[in-house]
Design a binder for this molecule. Structure first.
Ligand code: S3P
Length: 169
């Protein structure tokens, strides 16, 4: 098994929950990239977007990813936009195993409505606006997500399934 496992996918696809469970199963450290950025910046993600803008957030995201690519035995949950900016998808594919947690726009919408995490890109959207937003952004982002080493159905996904996938490949 690779020394770095990257979970990628749209906001609300379960990367952080499954990542923490998978890390426990395989005895790796779990890293949530968003949390790491927040700790380093001493600001929340919405504050970073608000005070510095998305471009600065992407730069910090890239810097953190570069740093993680030097560390070992990690399961990393990435931010939904990370694979689609700079050359982060290439970087992840070069330095570990990438797994795309794939869900339909409708399933993502349901999860995002129920989620308590503040996400600047979707704040203040009504349900129909949210669904349209997800559909159009997911279409663009899947060009990147689909370059993952593994693509798995994110509905009812268990960490055991991910562990087995990694052990068998
Ligand atoms: C983003 C996803 C978020 C976070 C930021 C931007 C995106 O992470 O990095 O709000 O561009 O899709 P999650 O995918 O963990 O929600």
């Amino acid at each position: 098994m690779d020394t770095r496992i990257f979970l990628i996918g749209f906001m609300g696809s379960g990367k952080s929950t499954l990542g923490a469970q998978l890390a426990r199963r395989v005895g790796y450290q779990f890293i949530d990239m968003d949390h790491m950025i927040e700790e380093t910046a001493e600001m929340s993600i919405p504050e970073i977007f608000n005070d510095h803008g998305e471009e600065v957030f992407r730069k910090w995201e890239y810097d953190i990813l570069r740093e993680l690519c030097r560390r070992e035995k990690l399961v990393i949950s990435t931010g939904g936009g990370a694979p689609c900016h700079s050359n982060m998808m290439d970087l992840m594919n070069t330095h570990g195993t990438t797994i795309y947690l794939k869900l339909s726009p409708e399933a993502l919408k349901t999860r995002l409505i129920q989620s308590s995490t503040e996400r600047p890109l979707i704040m203040g959207k009504s349900e129909p606006e949210l669904l349209d937003f997800i559909k159009s952004l997911l279409e663009k982002r899947e060009l990147f997500y689909k370059r993952a080493a593994h693509i798995v159905d994110g509905i009812n996904l268990q960490s055991q399934t991910l562990e087995k996938l990694l052990m068998d490949s």
